[in-house]
Write a protein that binds this ligand. Structure first.
Ligand code: ZN
Ligand code: ZN
Length: 207
């Protein structure tokens, strides 16, 4: 993997710390940059569909520019370490897609490390426990960063269309709080157009 340390540092600046989850995301992002989407061209866009909301996703955002706000990061709440990337051409049609399933196994824990982790989980924050937990974390990160992509990923060509592009909707004033709300989020209650929180409050009061 090229520029491993540099990429991990850049992702950590965005994420706030370095952890094994972030390292997974760095490996996914670097694979995409090296094998799938090497150039950021203006008329072709990269779209990521991520099947979890773990630390790894922050590396995808920081390194690949697939972000929540731009609408080219789509979260599916499946709790799976699976990442699908689409090249979206200017026609909106897909120009290729890959699906990366992470199947990395952490290096075997020693009985001493297991015991230290048990103590950590029970709230023990003594120096010996913290040292062991920190060392274990570093081992995991090292294992992830040094592994061959073929040993930690199951990579397939994905056939299917990318998610639709983010659409822009009208705003409607909520009849209760007066705040503007995207029209697709407005709810009706007794003929009044309400934003979601006002609608929820309205429903609670009637119970
Ligand atoms: Zn993290
Ligand atoms: Zn409201």
């Amino acid at each position: 993997m090229k520029n491993a340390g540099k990429l991990l540092k850049k992702a950590a600046e965005f994420h706030g710390h370095t952890c094994p989850g972030l390292a997974i995301g760095v490996r996914v992002a670097s694979y995409v940059m090296e094998e799938f989407f090497p150039l950021r061209s203006s008329d072709e866009e990269l779209v990521a569909v991520v099947e979890n909301n773990s630390c790894a996703v922050d590396a995808v955002q920081a390194l690949l520019g697939c972000t929540f706000g731009k609408g080219n990061l789509v979260h599916k709440d499946y709790g799976k370490q699976v990442y699908t990337f689409f090249k979206r051409g200017n026609t909106g049609k897909t120009a290729g897609a890959i699906r990366i399933a992470v199947n990395w196994k952490a290096p075997e824990e020693t009985p001493a490390q297991k015991e230290m982790w048990r103590r950590f989980s029970a709230g023990d924050r003594s120096p010996a426990v913290l040292k062991s937990v920190h060392k274990r974390k570093s081992e995991k990160i090292k294992s992830l960063m040094e592994a061959d992509a073929g040993d930690i990923f199951d990579i397939k060509i994905f056939r299917g269309n990318p998610p639709c592009e983010a659409r822009i909707f009208q705003s409607v004033k909520c009849d209760k709080c007066g705040e503007k709300t995207m029209e697709t989020r407005i709810r009706l209650a007794g003929g009044r157009q309400l934003c979601p929180p006002c609608f929820e409050r309205e429903m609670q009061c009637r119970r």
